[in-house]
Design a protein around this ligand. Structure first.
Ligand code: SF4
Length: 471
């Protein structure tokens, strides 16, 4: 079968954690989920084309043209969070033009498979991992077989949505390596990356902590074997990738495993720069020094707030003292630091925001990212909001029963506009300092480059029909 996977653009001002400027200009990330799916599809003998309409800056019409040439039998989309309704607009458009089965996957399917499958322009939903279910579904579609007994999918039958939940959790070690060869890796970057081609990687999934605003604690922690992680590094190296951002929620959770990975990278002479995310309570000098030797150049820490009460209330399990010590150790090990902060926590006040900004400015941080709090399905915070509203907003939105709107912010006395103003103030306070001027210039260059690419679009190899669709 010929399968096209589309990374459709989206922008939802109500549910974006980042301010628009950061989201629009400061990064383009490779669609990692679709890259895994592409490898799974190819492993089973099918042909697959990834169309990254975000990175390639493609319109619906341009994607339609590519699909006409490619002649896809099946088209897939990924829905990471439920509010990306633009992805639905794209799917509707493509369904009208091609009338081939439309398959949806992505994180949102774990929470709302029925709602997603109930849309008439969506034929099948892959619930969670595509590893087992998608090959079976493609085989059934190709050979006109029964799909009723396939686990891990949702579909419509006689006007009713049938849900076959997956029987087991994904074994992260059974996943193939993501299909990086099918993408133009030069298109991806993040403002804090220093080398191109740049890519992202996952070496573990889930989290053992239960912060109230984050859904990741719902998923059990699982790690990929050391040899698989190192092999993926090696593959990236051979492909010419120069920098990798490891997206694990806490790469340092199992330090022995991290040390083994680092030793292997050094032993094999893999010269790639990489960055990772970690909790501040999981660092020690010896591990960080080894990481530095293995090519790590920066660690991103979830600091969240500069107010002890808020850290406690959100069940983050860290204190300001632990944060300070971790950052000092990181700098001593020769690594750069980036802190993630959230403005608009439960019980947040102007005073606690000021405390957070001052704390961020005093810490030995090279970069800081300030998000505003958004409510995500699967979090304790959303459960509270759901109770207050008396209905499940995301569920109704996905079924098309209600329009996109802002959810009431009942957990703080500050309103949405004020929180966003504080986020901008936090960025200005942090970056408009003498030592950050080179970074500001880098940001300006990136914005100009992105804007230039935008107005000169049309260079995509996909648009010119040069897709290297291969098995
Ligand atoms: S914020 Fe970090 S530590 Fe807390 S649950 Fe999420 S991933 Fe885990």
């Amino acid at each position: 079968m010929r399968v096209a996977l589309i990374n459709a653009p989206y922008y939802d001002p109500n549910f974006m954690e980042n301010i628009k400027f950061v989201e629009k200009y400061l990064r383009i990330l490779p669609p990692l989920g679709l890259m895994y799916v592409s490898s799974i599809i190819k492993e089973h003998g099918h042909d697959c084309l990834i169309i990254d309409a975000v990175a390639e800056n493609l319109s619906k019409k341009q994607v339609e043209k590519i699909l006409k040439k490619y002649k896809a039998d099946v088209i897939g989309f990924s829905l990471v969070v439920p509010t990306r309704s633009q992805v639905f607009d794209w799917a509707k458009y493509i369904k009208e033009k091609f009338r081939v089965p439309i398959i949806f996957g992505g994180y949102a399917t774990l929470y709302y498979p029925e709602e997603i499958a109930s849309n008439d322009f969506i034929d099948y939903v892959i619930i969670g991992s595509a590893r087992k279910s998608l090959p079976k579904l493609l085989e059934a579609l190709e050979n006109n077989l029964e799909i009723d007994k396939i686990d891990g999918i949702a579909f419509k039958k006689d006007g009713k949505v049938i849900i076959n939940y997956p029987k087991d959790f994904e074994d992260i070690n059974s996943l193939p390596f993501p299909d990086r060869k099918s993408l133009n890796n030069n298109l991806y970057y993040s403002i804090i990356s220093e080398n191109r081609p740049y890519s992202v990687m996952i070496t573990s999934s889930g989290c053992i902590y239960k912060c109230d605003f984050c859904p990741m604690g719902k998923f059990p922690y699982k790690e990929r074997e050391v040899n698989k992680v190192v092999e993926e590094f090696e593959k990236c190296y051979k492909l010419g990738i120069k920098e990798i951002d490891i997206f694990d929620d806490n790469f340092l959770f199992n330090k022995e495993r991290v040390k083994e990975i680092c030793r292997e990278i050094i032993r094999k002479g893999i010269k790639i720069k990489w960055t990772c995310r970690a909790r501040v309570d999981s660092v020690d000098y010896e591990t960080l020094k080894l990481m530095k030797e293995a090519g790590c150049r920066m660690i991103f820490y979830g600091i969240e707030s500069g107010n002890e009460e808020i850290l406690k209330r959100e069940h983050k399990g860290i204190t300001k003292q632990i944060i300070k010590e971790a950052l000092e150790i990181t700098k001593r090990a020769g690594l750069k630091t980036m802190g993630f902060f959230i403005i608009g926590h439960r019980g947040e006040s102007r005073e606690s925001i000021k405390e957070t900004i001052q704390f961020a400015c005093k810490l030995p941080l090279d970069y800081a990212q300030f998000f505003h709090m958004v409510v995500k399905p699967g979090t304790k915070l959303y459960e509270e909001i759901k109770k207050e509203m008396g209905y499940d907003y995301f569920s109704e939105l996905l079924k098309g029963n209600i329009k996109m709107k802002k959810l009431p912010i009942t957990w703080t006395k500050l309103n949405d506009k004020e929180i966003k103003r504080w986020v901008i103030k936090a960025y200005i306070s942090f970056y408009f300092r003498k030592k950050h001027i080179p970074k500001l210039l880098k940001i300006l260059c990136l914005v100009l480059k992105r804007w230039y690419n935008h107005i000169t679009k049309g260079n995509s190899s996909l648009q010119n029909g040069h897709f290297a669709s291969s098995k």
